[in-house]
Design a protein around this ligand. Structure first.
Ligand code: ADP
Ligand code: ADP
Ligand code: ZN
Length: 215
């Protein structure tokens, strides 16, 4: 199974990817996570990407497609792939088709998380994650059950992303509308797009996604 989770920043792609990994043993391929790791490690890719990410603009198609190509090559054929935050442009969508074909894979579903844009700023500015295990939280919608302590690993080392501020979110939303939303019609023509109401509770969204995967 190979699926794309599509939706604007804050739609819930990372949260739902983590659930899919847990429930179905799939692998999450998040270009955002890969880029943040590269920035942290100070690699050449990280040095190129850092300022672009801080502005909320898109990193070059060549860089992100190379990251996906490498990651997929390291996966056994039995492991399903969740593409989270990739592809984000028409060129990336074309690159993904080529990368999948090279690996003997095909896209099964493109799942669009539909959200009300007004909710996104609130979602993004309330987002934080565990610095130890990466678990995702939200100040009000999804806080740890014990304040200050990660449910998954017990760490109290929480982080906020430097690009999770209102101004940058506006740029990221504009990038999504201008460059990412236009890739949907191509997938629709292939009959593989499903839509899920991303405004529901996290569990309800997860159930809807599982329904699509089982169909
Ligand atoms: P979110 O999940 O909030 O949409 P991501 O973690 O996916 O954010 O991405 C964070 C930033 O990393 C983006 O604003 C962009 O600068 C860069 N980025 C991530 N994925 C891509 C991609 N596929 N193409 C170009 N830039 C990307
Ligand atoms: P994306 O990867 O699409 O940018 P995330 O999965 O990181 O989005 O979610 C953004 C924020 O919204 C996080 O703080 C997360 O805890 C919260 N969140 C995710 N899904 C929901 C939901 N269905 N309802 C309320 N908050 C949610
Ligand atoms: Zn943790």
């Amino acid at each position: 199974m190979n699926i794309i989770l599509l939706g604007p920043p804050g739609a819930g792609k990372g949260t739902q990817s983590a659930g899919l990994v847990e429930r179905h043993g799939m692998r999450q391929l998040s270009t955002g996570d890969m880029l943040r790791a590269a920035v942290k490690a100070g690699t050449p890719v990280g040095l190129k990407a850092k300022a672009v990410m801080e502005r909320g603009e898109l990193v070059s198609d060549e860089i992100v497609s190379a990251l996906i190509d490498d990651e997929l090559a390291s996966m056994g054929p039995e492991t399903g792939a969740i593409f989270d935050g990739y592809p984000r442009t028409a060129a990336q969508a074309d690159a993904l088709d080529a990368i999948l074909a090279k690996n003997g894979r095909a896209l099964d579903h493109v799942i669009e998380l539909e959200v009300n844009e007004d909710a996104l700023v609130e979602r993004i500015t309330g987002r934080f994650s565990c610095g130890n295990c990466g678990a995702l939280y939200h100040d009000t919608a999804n806080p740890p059950s014990e304040p200050g302590k990660c449910d998954a690993c017990g760490s109290s080392d929480f982080r906020r992303r430097p690009d999770d501020n209102e101004e940058t979110v506006r740029t990221r939303m504009a990038e999504y509308r201008a460059k990412t939303a236009p890739i949907l019609p191509g997938y629709e023509a292939r009959g593989i797009v499903s839509r899920v109401d991303g405004m529901g509770a996290i569990d309800a969204v997860a159930n809807a996604i599982d329904g699509i995967l089982a169909s």
